[in-house]
Design a protein around this ligand. Structure first.
Ligand SMILES: Nc1ncnc2c1ncn2[C@@H]1O[C@H](COP(=O)(O)OP(=O)(O)OP(=O)(O)O)[C@@H](O)[C@H]1O
Ligand SMILES: [Mg+2]
Length: 234
C-alpha cells in the first residue's frame, strides 16, 4: 500500500529526514511517535504531496508519488495542524466545497451526515469563525474524510478535543479501518495511540528508530519502548 525507500528531505541545509524506509499494508493503523522536531510532520507532508522529497522513492498502491501525485491525492485524506477550513463558511458550506473538489456524490447529504457524526448538527449553518478550537478540529476531521479516502494522514488529530470528541474521532478511525482504510497518525498522545493503533513507529532525528506491533492496547509497553529510545532510559 505505502512503500517508502531511502527517503530524505533537506531544507535550508538541514537534513530533516535522513533515510526513512517504511512499508505499510492496507488497513494498518500506524502511530508515529517522537520528540518535537523529529521530522514527523515533515514525513506526513511528503506523503500528502505538499512538499517534495529531496531523494528516495515513495510508492502508493504501486504508483510513484512523483509521477502520479494527482491520482494519489484523490485517495488521501490529510489533517494537518491547521484546519484548512474557510472561516466565513459554515460547516455545511465547507464540506460541500471540499466534497465537490473530490467529486463526492450526493455531497450535501454526505456533508450533513458528517456534521452529525462529529456531533455539531446544531451548528450546521453557523460560520466556522465563531467556533471554538475543538469544534473547528471536529469539522476539520470531517473535511479530511469527506471523500472516504483510502489513506488517512493525521497530524496530532486529538489535540484540542474533549473526551466526547476523542471517542468520536477514534470511532471514525476504527470504522474506516473496518472498511480497509490505512491510517498514519502522528501523535504525542500515547494513550490514544495504544487505543486505536496496531503498530507504532518511533522517529528520532529524522530516522525511524523503532517499529513494532502492539496488542491489547498495551500502553505500558509503548511508554517503556519510547522512554528507552527517546529519553535514553534503560
Ligand atoms: N520548511 C522548512 N525549512 C527549514 N526547516 C524546516 C522546515 N520544515 C521543518 N523544518 C525543521 O525540520 C525539523 C522537523 O520538523 P517537523 O515539523 O517535521 O517536526 P515534528 O516531528 O512534527 O515536531 P512536533 O512534534 O514539534 O510537531 C524541525 O527542526 C523544523 O524546524
Ligand atoms: Mg509536527
Amino acid at each position: 500500500m505505502i512503500e517508502i525507500k531511502k527517503l530524505t528531505k533537506q531544507a535550508d541545509n538541514k537534513l530533516i529526514l535522513r533515510g526513512v524506509d517504511l512499508s505499510i499494508k492496507k488497513g494498518e493503523t500506524v502511530a508515529i511517535l517522537g520528540p518535537n522536531g523529529a521530522g514527523k510532520s515533515t514525513l506526513l507532508k511528503v506523503l500528502a504531496t505538499l512538499i517534495k522529497p529531496t531523494s528516495g522513492v515513495i510508492k502508493i498502491n504501486g504508483m510513484d508519488l512523483k509521477k502520479n501525485h494527482i491520482e494519489i491525492k484523490k485517495i488521501m485524506g490529510y489533517l494537518p495542524h491547521s484546519s484548512l477550513l474557510y472561516d466565513h463558511y459554515t460547516p455545511l458550506e465547507n464540506l460541500i466545497f471540499f466534497g465537490n473538489i473530490y467529486g463526492v456524490k450526493n455531497v450535501e447529504q454526505r456533508a450533513i451526515a458528517l456534521v452529525k457524526e462529529v456531533g455539531l448538527s446544531f451548528f450546521l449553518n453557523e460560520p466556522v469563525k465563531n467556533f471554538s478550537r475543538g469544534m473547528i478540529q471536529r469539522i476539520a476531521i470531517a473535511r479530511a474524510i469527506v471523500h472516504e479516502p483510502e489513506i488517512l494522514l493525521l497530524d496530532e488529530p486529538h489535540t484540542g478535543l474533549d473526551q466526547g470528541a476523542i471517542v468520536i474521532l477514534n470511532n471514525v478511525i476504527l470504522s474506516m479501518k473496518a472498511k480497509g482504510t490505512t491510517t498514519l497518525m502522528v501523535t504525542h498522545d500515547f494513550k490514544q495511540a495504544a487505543e486505536i493503533c496496531d503498530r507504532i513507529i518511533i522517529v528520532k532525528n529524522g530516522k525511524i528508530v523503532d517499529d513494532f506491533r502492539i496488542e491489547n492496547h498495551n500502553l505500558g509497553f509503548v511508554s517503556e519502548k519510547y522512554e528507552q529510545l527517546v529519553e535514553g532510559v534503560s
